[in-house]
Design a protein. Sequence first.
Length: 292
Amino acid sequence: MDASALRLVGEPPFPQGEFERLNTIVSGSGMLVARSSVGLSLPKETHSHGSYEFMCPLTRMPHTLVGGRVHSVGPGQVVPISHNVEHGASEAMTNVRLVAINVGRGCLEEVVQVICGRRNVVFHNGPARLQLNLWHLLQDFVEEGVARQPGYRFVLDTLTSLIVVALLRQLDSDLPRIDVTPCHREPKNIRRAMDFLQASYDREFSLDDVAAVANLSPFHFIRVFRGHTGKTPYEYFLDVKIERACALLRTSNLTITEVCYLCGFNSPSHFATVFKKRMGLSPTSYRNVVTS
């Protein structure tokens, strides 16, 4: 695990050897998502760290200790852990699978500042229901972080903001009600950002780069962009790439692999997965339908 990831998850006595067995560890700007597909053994011990953690069990975890209270948690729940709160296992647990979300304190509190006018937040430590939209955002974060297509830093930055907002809205804390009503102002700025995304499907850039084109802060940019287009910048960016792929499949004799690379994907299998998710057909089936 690299140094930036260790800063988010903390140092031993957390069982780092077990953490390294998590099969997927994806880190973006201020956030890390780790997912296990094998059963982990968690000893009876606790640790703390400066980041916020949100644990999503994939198996029953009956001895989850957070801030001096023991919870029995399982699939379909999320457990918030505020920064520097002791957490771990009150008794040893085996064959545990989970998804762990670690958000840097600065990253999370920057979003809180924008939407609530204050930086500090304390989550109430009890488990809550894991809502489907948050789960889909986490899946997208892991998928994009593993595939690392051109523009993936922009995608991870955008998804980080969306995930943080989803957590703030869904979990019980000392914050007032989160208002994320879409904003419909700044149409000229958003048009410039849309042009930027349409021209940047095959190169690397960040959320800060696109927000600067619109002369907006990153979080405000996401909010205004969705209000203007009905889509998040991430969704719009994927649509740009898929629309270009559709045009090439309709009008050229390029192979599927050639279309994949020309549209800013670096993996034919990932291209096929994203294309089918957006269009309902594989690239080959789409070509057969539109050219028959």
